[in-house]
Design a binder for this molecule. Structure first.
Ligand code: PGA
Length: 256
């Protein structure tokens, strides 16, 4: 029995003007805008969310944000709140991406506040976890992932947990072309599944999708997506062009 529908999510990072974003979304809609076998999400920069949300109307594609602030409103220059995202028909939000952690100093406790705020506002958080190359070489991969996951999910209830999405993104594989082998990825995904069982119980843990991220592309997707605990992908580079992103969605449809 397939409990988990695959999810392919594009993390566009700091790429694409509003006009370029709409062009890409229109190309995606033409190819995969009506399919329902795979859940598909695009996460453009904040500036393009409004236009992308409008362009997606009537399609099966959804939009997500790449970050948000945990507070509802106030003196937080440069930040965006959950309710502002909701007003743009955003359904998901990427939280704790490794670039937020390493380049902007985000820590687990702050990321946890965002996770809680996302649930409170009916946004589905995509909580990113993953080790650096130094941590992997030191044999600390599972310890790092466990700390980030448990701290990030503190206070999340069993009612909220089924709409959680986790992304395992080994930092050394992001944007480097160095993809984790399917065995390396599956090992960590299975470990994460085990932690989710401890936190929320078996039945709920089996519903939570765990995405792989880090240089996933059409040439390596099939093997990764065939793994038991890999429920989709969080795609950076290969999400910026319609052709490669569409191929990834098709690979996920074939792997289900
Ligand atoms: P990548 O990025 O696919 O370009 O490696 C993935 C991510 O950072 O989410």
């Amino acid at each position: 029995m397939i409990l988990r529908k695959k999810l392919i999510a594009g993390n566009w990072k700091m790429n694409k003007t509003t006009a370029d974003a709409v062009t890409l979304v229109q190309e995606l809609i033409a190819e995969i805008g009506r399919q329902t076998e795979v859940d598909v999400l695009v996460c453009p920069p904040f500036t393009a969310l409004d236009a992308v949300g409008r362009a997606l109307e009537g399609s099966t594609l959804k939009s997500g944000a790449q970050n948000m602030h945990p507070e509802a409103s106030g003196a937080f220059t440069g930040e965006v709140s959950a309710s502002m995202l909701r007003a743009l028909f955003v359904t998901h939000v990427i939280l704790g991406h490794s670039e937020r952690r390493t380049l902007f100093g985000e820590q687990d406790a702050f990321i946890n506040q965002k996770v809680i705020a996302a649930f409170k506002n009916q946004l589905r958080p995509i909580l990113c976890v993953g080790e650096t190359l130094a941590e992997r070489e030191a044999g600390d991969t599972l310890k790092v992932v466990q700390t980030q996951l448990e701290a990030g999910l503190e206070g999340v209830s069993t009612e909220q947990a089924p709409s959680l999405i986790v992304a395992y993104e080994p930092v050394w594989a992001i944007g480097t072309g160095k993809v984790a082998t399917s065995d390396q990825a599956q090992e960590v995904h299975a470990f994460i599944r085990g932690l989710l069982v401890k936190l929320f119980g078996e039945a709920i843990a089996q519903k939570i999708r765990i995405l792989y991220g880090g240089s996933m592309k059409p040439s390596n997707a099939a093997e990764l997506l065939a793994q038991k605990d890999i429920d989709g992908g969080l795609i950076g580079g290969a999400s910026l062009e319609a052709r490669s992103f569409v191929e990834l969605v098709k690979a996920a449809a074939a792997a289900k």
